[in-house]
Design a protein around this ligand. Structure first.
Ligand code: GAR
Length: 228
């Protein structure tokens, strides 16, 4: 199995990075961690990655334009030969250029059930709205903040007396379960029957007068003259 090579970008604790990294230690995990990089040289997660023998890179963003800093991070990711990027508490707004370079290959974890509560203070906003559930989402990164296609979600029940902090701590447990699994599914999607059928469907139905029928529980595609 050729494993996907992941660059994980963090700004702080890096507990999601740790969850991704420890999941990658299992032989059947379809990805390996090629780099942990940060805009914060003091990010505690960097020390953990170093102790686990993962290459690390840090470059502060202070004094740089967003584009210039993103380019430095991009160069480090390329130098590490990573083919996917996983944002894990990377608290930076990304330039459209950087997002464009990693289109379809950059994932993020966000502590809400998107499309609810994009941006900051997600748990507080869920509590103030009287929601019965908080949660987390893994999504593909697009130019708009916290807006790309959702790949996976975990709802987390709100308990009586919850504060933003108590809810956040339980959501974090759910994040650690969700992110490795969703990333693994995403990088190995080319071998999933559902993904392959969806690819065929998209191409087949783009043809004029194309149609889809089910035969013996399987999808068949053809034109109205005759299914093949
Ligand atoms: C996580 O809760 C993650 O979902 C959130 O930051 C925390 C990072 O924790 N990310 C965002 O809010 C991004 N919009 P960690 O450093 O322990 O993984």
């Amino acid at each position: 199995m050729t494993k996907a090579k992941i660059a994980i970008l963090i700004s702080g604790t890096g507990s999601n990075m740790a969850a991704l990294l420890y999941a990658a230690k299992h032989p059947d995990c379809p990805y390996e961690v090629a780099l942990v990089a940060s805009n914060n040289p003091d990010a505690p997660g960097l020390k953990l990655a170093e102790a686990e023998d993962i290459p690390t890179f840090a470059h502060p963003h202070k004094g740089l334009t967003r584009e210039a800093h993103d380019e430095i991070m991009h160069d480090a990711i390329i130098a590490a030969k990573a083919d996917h990027v996983a944002l894990a508490g990377y608290m930076r707004i990304l330039s459209p250029e950087f997002v464009g370079k990693w289109e379809g290959r950059m994932l993020n974890i966000h502590p809400s059930l998107l499309p609810k509560y994009k941006g900051l203070h997600t748990h507080q906003r869920a509590l103030e709205a009287g929601d019965s559930q908080g949660g987390c989402s893994v999504h593909l990164v697009t130019a708009e903040l916290d807006d790309g296609p959702v790949l996976g979600q975990s709802p987390v029940a709100v308990l009586p007396g919850d504060t933003a902090e108590t809810l956040a701590s339980r959501v974090l447990i759910a994040e650690h379960q969700l992110y490795p699994r969703t990333l693994a599914n995403y990088v190995s999607r080319a071998s999933s029957p559902e993904y392959l059928v969806a690819q065929v469907r998209e191409r087949a139905l783009a043809m004029p007068e194309a149609d889809e029928v089910t035969s013996n529980g399987r999808p068949w595609f053809g034109t109205i003259q005759g299914h093949t």
